[in-house]
Design a binder for this molecule. Sequence first.
Ligand code: NAP
Length: 321
Amino acid sequence: MQAWQVHENGEPSEVMRLAETERPVPGDGQVLLRVRAANVNFPDALLCRGQYQVRPPLPFTPGVEICGETEDGRRVIATPALPYGGFAEYAVADAAALLPAPGALDDAEAAALHIGYQTGWFGLHRRARIEAGETLLVHAAAGGVGSAAVQLGKAAGATVIGVVGGAEKAAVARELGCDVVVDRRAEDVVATVKEATGGRGADVIYDPVGGESYAQSAKLAAFEGRIVVVGFASGTIPTPALNHALVKNYSILGLHWGLYNTKDPELVRQCHEQLTELAARGAIKPLVSERVPLGGAAGAVQKVADGRSTGRIAVVTEGAA
Ligand SMILES: NC(=O)c1ccc[n+]([C@@H]2O[C@H](COP(=O)([O-])OP(=O)(O)OC[C@H]3O[C@@H](n4cnc5c(N)ncnc54)[C@H](OP(=O)(O)O)[C@@H]3O)[C@@H](O)[C@H]2O)c1
């Protein structure tokens, strides 16, 4: 089969190589899946660079989120078990963690309902306990996890402010349903959000970026606000001043969605049922901005690594939707 492999760590476009390899053999409790669509996630870039929290043995195939087909013909969503990731014709995954692909969504959209939306659901509902009528601020609102958080925030009845980098992303954020969009490249984020909220700031802040975005989050947290720490796409891990959190009465909430898969897999399943239901009635719809063939995977991962993508880029295999 054809599979992308990373033989050494570095920039995705330099270290990902398309190779002819053997189909992976599933281990205990695992299944072989024919990949229908594999979406690019920021962690794919971190995996290539050797900067992710897990470092699979080299060579490995990246691709952490797929819609695939089981040998008995079921269309499922899975997070492949590395080193046999999704940028390949076949991947392996834990049988117990497979989820049914929603009928309302095509392959790429179904895969995109997984990591971004699960993370958004756990972040907003489980960790931040968002309520209708509250204000939600989402950094990188046109990105993968950001676009999901925007839609889930709207579905929860929140007023959503999206912060994005650039005019093209601002248009995407508006299309996603943001009530207010701030272009961090052209506007003063803190001043604009303060003005839009009558000086209050946001009740819930969803931050997949860190760095300067986190500094803005702290300045924009409302009284009893909750900052959800989702990721560090900026490359800078903030060191928050806890006296500031005390003085302003806000909470800093860590979120590691992957941990729920081992700590509370039943909750992940319940979340998937709710997401499937929301998708079926059109309350959420994953944004798949590009669909590329398997040969385009390295370029797609590099685009996400560089912060140039919106929504998800899907690597779609021949014959699949
Ligand atoms: N905690 C969890 O459980 C969990 C789960 C899934 C993902 N994550 C994390 O969430 C983050 C987003 O993941 P994603 O796959 O959805 O990616 P993404 O948001 O689609 O891409 C990253 C975005 O971050 C912004 N950004 C700001 N500075 C950047 C820089 N120096 N380089 C690249 N991007 C930069 C860009 O948007 P703007 O230009 O609009 O700012 C870019 O589009 C990642 O850090 C990922 O590891 C965490």
